[in-house]
Design a protein around this ligand. Structure first.
Ligand code: ADP
Ligand code: MG
Length: 248
């Protein structure tokens, strides 16, 4: 495949998102570079999913800007993909689910066939190729969702709590697929509320709480010497979104 220059870094400048009269994301500024796996952590309701949707362009900020600074004239939307916590599978075979995603990008059938075979082999789903996607276990469905996104060969893959519905074994299997995708050069930007997962997966950590980005640090620095009291108490398992209201 022809190499394409990177649309990264992704630069967020004072990104704000308001809905229903509330500021849900508050002046988030950060730079996401090509390479390291960036993991957005924070308790439920912190704004992780919203921030990911803002990055991916599914929603528009009400203030500030989201800039793919390497994109030049290219359309960045074709070079990124997203996988959700509960993926929606078409009522078709496993292979057809991947093929359909590729057909939406207008790829010719021989290229599609090659990519479908490739990602199903890499994700361990080849033996399910002709099975209905809807009868797969949730863990297998999540692997299929990753395969479907991987087949697009995105430069950036956004993952929104991809293992939140899975048991520990399925979680590790999905983390293995994420590692394999990263190893092919795709930038991973993932959310999780699971600290153990963040420790396993993250190269850099963005800690979000109540819509604010409290810190963005290399994972080792974040876990050893968090700068904010909020991050320190989250790492100790003491921080909940509403703890202040509950306490008062
Ligand atoms: N479209 C919306 N309108 C109003 N409130 C929303 C909307 N989307 C999300 N929220 C609220 O914003 C907060 C952050 O949500 P979310 O990004 O889903 O958090 P997280 O993914 O960290 O659990 C939550 O309180 C949620 O209820
Ligand atoms: Mg979420």
């Amino acid at each position: 495949m022809k190499s394409v220059s990177s649309i990264l870094p992704l630069i967020l400048d004072k990104v704000t998102f308001e809905a229903g009269g509330k500021r849900l994301i508050k002046e988030v500024s950060c730079v996401l570079e090509a390479g390291p796996r960036s993991v957005i952590i924070g308790p439920n309701g912190a704004g992780k999913s919203l921030l990911l949707r803002l990055c991916h362009g599914l929603i528009e900020p009400t203030g500030g800007s989201v800039l793919w600074s390497g994109a030049g004239g290219k359309d960045p939307s074709l070079l990124q993909a997203m996988v959700f916590q509960r993926p929606v599978m078409l009522r078709r075979s496993v292979a057809a689910n991947v093929d359909y995603a590729l057909s939406l990008r207008g790829l010719p059938s021989d290229e599609r066939r090659e990519r479908v075979a490739d990602v199903l082999a890499r994700t361990g789903l080849r033996r399910f190729a002709d099975r209905s996607a809807r009868v797969l276990s949730v863990g297998e469905q999540q692997k299929l969702a990753l395969a479907r996104a991987w087949a697009l060969r995105p430069q950036v893959l956004f993952l929104d709590e991809p293992t939140a519905s899975l048991d520990p074994a399925a979680t590790l299997a999905v983390e293995d697929v994420i590692a394999a995708i990263h190893a092919t050069g795709t930038k991973i930007v993932m959310t999780t509320h699971d600290l153990g997962q963040a420790r396993r997966v993250a190269d850099d950590v963005l800690f979000l709480y109540r819509g604010r980005l409290f810190e963005h640090s290399p994972a080792g620095v974040f876990f050893e010497t968090p700068r904010s009291a909020e991050a320190a108490s989250f790492i100790e398992g003491k921080l909940f979104w509403r703890h202040k209201e509950i306490a008062s």
